[in-house]
Design a protein around this ligand. Structure first.
Ligand SMILES: Nc1ncnc2c1ncn2[C@@H]1O[C@H](COP(=O)(O)OP(=O)(O)OP(=O)(O)O)[C@@H](O)[C@H]1O
Ligand SMILES: [Mg+2]
Length: 410
């Protein structure tokens, strides 16, 4: 007899009505998730329907780990929110068996004005814990998070790393039969990522079920035997991880040389283009191992945004991060006043032959205005000189000094 099905979705669809005013009286959890989650672009006047999920059907058996991949906006987070009952499906049914614990996008389920301690109780309740359960594990949760000194600070003053530590500590200390993990590896430091992967592994080993959303395909391949690929809200394929990742990478590779996005005057600041540009100013999708280039964004600032900052991340196509450079690393940013800017970040010829993707973040110390994951792909071509195990090459300075002179002389 096969093992028990613990997650089952049948023809699930989720429709958002964009532009509609979300009044009071909607589901509390959804309101919290929406107000504390990432900022969304909403056109002002017209009301438009957007199906984030459509006709999604699958089942997961107890003790399995299912990976979920797909490009930005494919519906991955929405899917986890449906499974976690943070949001209700517009059509179809979703059934789960057992308690669902989750580590969703940074800040989901946290309320900015409340302190770390208050949020621990709130988040615990959202995860299905009683106050008594939270209280009995509070010391462990606080210790694990390493945030003893910040438990009375409103979480809106937390960095994204601190948010994560608290969210992870809460999720890790509840007994859940199903663990949902959304994209948390992208923001944590190496130590956090290790603990997180270890925890997920442990959960899986204990016969519990894990759903893991990530753009880090290497981590996915290690953790999940089966992966589902979502595309525009629909299941494009589901099967053994290696085959699904292969197909996904091939399809992603064919699309991107540069992106252009529509300007939206209602937003304070927006990225309208991303590309990789050579020294001659030409957009490139292939570089030689000898060529430097510019990671380039075009930004429109409609209102002054003090402290507006930009970062570029470069990762291998399979998700291993290589670079993460922040404009303000070099001093105060100069794109805060209203205007249109081209911002370039020098990419020296350090990459080895392979396929890469560029992601862009824009925001301030207090809010994220843009996060475009894997928006542009490019290939580096050349000889790896037989050194296939390295990720970057420095061709850097060497020093040699002869130190046995006295022996030679003597
Ligand atoms: N609360 C909401 N209101 C309106 N639209 C929403 C809401 N949540 C999600 N959407 C829209 O639904 C679509 C799917 O979003 P979702 O966040 O699930 O994508 P994703 O696959 O998780 O993307 P990413 O890789 O960027 O995290 C997007 O077009 C998004 O803008
Ligand atoms: Mg998401």
């Amino acid at each position: 007899m096969s093992s028990e099905v613990v997650i089952e979705l049948e023809h699930v669809g989720k429709c958002y009505r964009l532009g509609e005013h979300h009044g009071a009286g909607t589901d509390l959890r959804e309101t919290i998730a929406r107000t504390t989650g990432r900022l969304r672009r909403l056109p002002r006047e017209e009301v438009r329907e957007l199906w984030s999920l459509r006709n999604v059907s699958f089942a997961v058996e107890e003790g399995n780990a299912l990976g979920i991949i797909g490009s930005n906006g494919a519906g991955k987070s929405t899917l986890l929110k449906v499974i976690n009952s943070i949001t209700t499906p517009t059509e179809g049914t979703c059934r789960t068996r057992g308690r669902v614990g989750s580590l969703l996008e940074v800040g989901t389920g946290f309320h900015g004005e409340l302190t770390g301690l208050e949020n621990t109780f709130l988040n615990g309740a959202i995860l299905g814990m009683t106050r008594h359960e939270v209280r009995s594990r509070l010391d462990e949760i606080i210790e694990f998070s390493g945030l003893e000194r910040f438990m009375d600070t409103p979480v809106k003053r937390y960095s994204s790393g601190m948010y994560l530590r608290l969210g992870f500590a809460i999720a890790a200390h509840m007994e859940a039969e199903i663990l949902l993990v959304d994209e948390v590896l992208a923001v944590g430091d190496a130590d956090f990522q290790r603990r997180c992967l270890g925890k997920m592994n442990e959960v899986e080993q204990n016969g519990r079920t894990v759903l893991f959303v990530s753009h880090n395909l290497d981590a996915m391949a290690r953790l999940c035997p089966t992966t589902m690929w979502l595309e525009k809200g629909r299941v494009r394929s589901i099967g053994p991880t290696e085959g699904v990742i292969d197909a996904y990478m091939r399809s992603a590779g064919s699309t991107s040389t540069g992106v252009l996005l529509d300007a939206d005057p209602t937003r304070s600041a927006q990225v309208v283009g991303v590309s990789l540009v050579d020294d001659g100013g030409t957009v490139q999708s292939i570089l030689s191992t000898r060529d430097a280039a510019w990671l380039t964004v075009e930004v429109v600032t409609n209102h002054p945004v003090p402290g507006l900052d930009i970062s570029f991340q470069v990762a291998t196509r399979s998700g291993t991060g290589i670079l993460d450079e922040l404009l303000s690393d070099l001093g105060p940013s100069s794109i805060s006043s209203a205007g249109r800017y081209i911002v370039g970040c020098r990419l020296p010829p350090v990459l080895t032959p392979g396929e890469y993707v560029i992601s862009v973040w824009m925001g301030t110390a207090y809010e994220q205005l843009e996060q475009l994951d894997d928006v542009v792909g490019f290939t580096v071509e050349g000889d790896d000189l037989g050194r296939a195990r390295r990720l970057i090459k420095l061709t850097t300075e060497w020093r040699t000094a002869r130190v046995d002179d006295h022996l030679v002389d003597g």
